[in-house]
Design a protein around this ligand. Structure first.
Ligand code: SF4
Length: 473
C-alpha cells in the first residue's frame, strides 16, 4: 500500500504511468539513464516498472512489480546490456489488473523486428480495437490497452514502424503519451489533444524523452521543448523529424498542475509550482476568512499555502508533519487500521496550531475521506477553528483519460453540495476555486485545458454510469 501526500489509493485521484526514453549516438549504459529518469517519475506510478534496451538488432528488458529501486536492486540494472536506445515505464494500473504480466514496456517481435512500447494514458476505444484485432486472429497476453496499441502498430506497419505508429494513432480515442522503440529508432508521440504531458531533452548528443521535465533534470538532460499535441517525433541514424496527426483543439489535463505532476516540472511552458502558488494567490484574493495561520497539506498543498500567505499576510506555518518513510511496505491488513493510516502518514504540529484559527489548503478534494481525517487531526492538535480550502474546483465528474476515478459514486462532489461536504469533513468553512479561477492560475501554459472532472468539458465526455447509491449516502 503506497500513500502519496497522506492519501490512500482510494482517497484521491491517481495518475496512470510515466514514460521515459533515450536515444544515444554511441553504445553505452543507456539503461542507467532510464533508471534515473524513472526514479524521478516514481510519483506517477508505484505498482510496477520496467526498462527495455535495444542493442544490435535485439531488445533485452526487465520489468517487475514494485518501486524502481526495488525492481532493479540486486544487480538487475547492470545485467541489462549496453545499447544505444532504451525506454522505460512506471505504472499505476487503471486499465488492466495490477499484475506483473501487465507491467510495461510491452516488448514484442513483429513486422519491424523487436519492438518495445511504453504508454501513459488511457484509450477509451481499447475494447472495440481489441475485438477488431481478435477477429483478425491477434492473440493477447495481457489486459492492458497498451498491448492493443502494440498489435495495432504492428498490423499497420508493413515493416515501417513510423507508418505503423501514424496509422495506429489515427484509430485511437483517448489519451496517450508514448515512447516506441525498435532496434534503430526512438519514437515519441503525444495525442492530438495533448492530454498527458511529454517533453524532449538533450544530454550532449543524446535525445531524451520524459513524461515530465523533472525526469530530464534527473537524467542530466537539458529541457528542449514539449512534444506538441499530435506530434510523432522520430529520431534515428538519419536524424530527427516530426510528423503530425489530425489537428485538434488542445486540451491538456489541468489536473497535472493541481496534483499529478511534480512541482519542479515545467509543462507546456508553465512551472507546476508557479501554477499552484498562483492558485493560492487567487484563493486569498477571493477569501474573507479571518485566520491566524495558513498551512498546506504536504506536499501538493504547500505551494498554494505559500501563495495564500503572500497575498493575505497571514503567516504560513507547518500544521501537519509528514512521515516521509511510509512507503509501499506500509501494509494495512484490516479496514479498522486503514482508518488510522492518515495519522501514520501525517500528524498535527500542536505548537503551531494550538488555540489558533487555521486555514488548511489541500490540492483537491475527491472523496472527502482524507480531508475529514485531516480536519480531525487539526482539531485534536488544538486548532480553535479549521477552514479547509481546495486549490481547485469541486471534482464532479469521473475521468476516462488515465485517472482512476470511474464512477460518480466515488466522488463526494458529485453527490453532495459544498455545505454538505463541509459538514461531512467537519470543517468550520470549506472553499473551492471556480473553474475560471483555476484556468487563471494556469494562464501561463501554452495549451488549452481539459477541465472535464470539474465541469464535464473534455474531449471524451464521461460515460460512467451514475450509480443510484453512492458511498456518501
Ligand atoms: S477529466 Fe481531464 S482534467 Fe480531469 S483528470 Fe481527466 S484528463 Fe485531467
Amino acid at each position: 500500500m503506497y500513500l502519496r501526500d497522506g492519501k490512500l489509493p482510494s482517497d484521491g485521484m491517481h495518475e496512470e504511468c510515466g514514460v521515459f526514453g533515450v536515444y544515444s549516438n554511441e553504445t553505452r549504459d543507456v539503461a542507467h539513464t532510464v533508471y534515473y529518469g524513472l526514479f524521478a517519475l516514481q510519483h506517477r506510478g508505484q505498482e510496477s516498472c520496467g526498462i527495455a534496451v535495444a542493442y544490435a538488432d535485439k531488445i533485452n528488458y526487465y520489468k517487475g512489480m514494485g518501486l524502481v529501486p526495488e525492481v532493479f536492486s540486486g544487480g538487475r540494472l547492470s545485467q541489462l546490456p549496453e545499447g544505444d536506445i532504451a525506454i522505460g515505464h512506471v505504472r499505476y494500473s487503471t486499465s488492466g489488473a495490477s499484475l506483473a504480466v501487465n507491467a510495461q514496456p510491452v516488448v514484442f517481435t513483429g513486422k519491424c523486428g523487436r519492438t518495445a512500447l511504453a504508454h501513459n494514458g488511457n484509450l477509451t476505444n481499447a475494447a472495440a480495437l481489441r475485438a477488431e484485432l481478435i477477429r483478425d486472429n491477434a492473440v493477447f497476453q495481457t489486459s492492458v490497452d497498451s498491448e492493443v496499441l502494440a498489435l495495432l502498430i504492428n498490423k499497420y506497419s508493413d515493416g515501417d514502424i513510423v507508418k505503423g505508429v501514424l496509422a495506429a494513432c489515427s484509430k485511437l480515442c483517448g489519451s496517450y503519451a508514448l515512447v516506441v522503440m525498435t532496434a534503430d529508432k526512438l519514437i515519441a508521440v503525444r495525442d492530438p489533444y495533448g492530454i498527458r504531458p511529454l517533453a524532449i531533452g538533450r544530454a550532449l548528443d543524446d535525445v531524451v524523452i520524459a513524461s515530465e521535465s523533472c525526469a530530464l533534470d534527473a537524467a542530466g538532460a537539458a529541457f528542449e521543448r514539449d512534444v506538441q499535441p499530435g506530434e510523432v517525433f522520430v529520431v534515428d541514424a538519419k536524424g530527427e523529424r516530426s510528423y503530425f496527426l489530425e489537428k485538434k483543439e488542445p486540451a491538456a489535463c489541468i489536473f497535472e498542475y493541481v496534483y499529478f505532476a511534480r512541482p519542479d516540472s515545467v509543462i507546456d511552458g508553465l512551472s507546476v509550482y508557479a501554477a499552484r502558488r498562483e492558485a493560492g494567490h487567487i484563493l486569498a484574493r477571493n477569501s474573507r476568512i479571518e485566520a491566524d495561520v495558513v498551512s498546506g497539506v504536504p506536499d501538493s498543498g504547500l505551494a498554494a499555502a505559500h501563495g495564500y500567505s503572500e497575498v493575505s499576510g497571514i503567516p504560513c506555518v507547518e500544521a501537519l508533519s509528514k512521515n516521509r518513510y511510509v512507503g509501499r511496505t506500509f501494509i494495512q491488513p484490516e479496514q479498522g487500521m486503514r482508518e488510522s493510516s492518515v495519522s501514520v502518514k501525517l500528524n498535527a504540529l500542536r505548537a503551531n496550531i494550538e488555540g489558533k484559527r487555521v486555514i488548511i489548503i489541500d490540492d483537491s478534494i475527491v472523496r472527502g475521506t482524507t480531508s475529514r481525517k485531516i480536519v480531525r487531526l487539526l482539531r485534536e492538535g488544538g486548532a480553535k477553528e479549521v477552514h479547509m480550502m481546495a486549490a481547485s474546483p469541486v471534482v464532479r465528474h469521473p475521468c476516462r483519460l488515465g485517472i482512476d476515478i470511474e464512477n460518480y459514486s466515488q466522488l463526494i462532489g458529485a453527490n453532495k453540495s459544498v455545505e454538505e461536504i463541509c459538514r461531512f469533513i467537519g470543517a468550520d468553512t470549506l472553499t473551492f476555486m471556480t473553474v475560471e479561477q483555476l484556468k487563471q492560475s494556469c494562464r501561463g501554459a501554452r495549451l488549452g485545458f481539459c477541465t472535464g472532472c470539474f465541469d464535464g468539458q473534455c474531449p471524451y465526455p464521461p460515460q460512467a454510469v451514475r450509480e443510484s447509491k453512492s458511498q456518501f449516502d
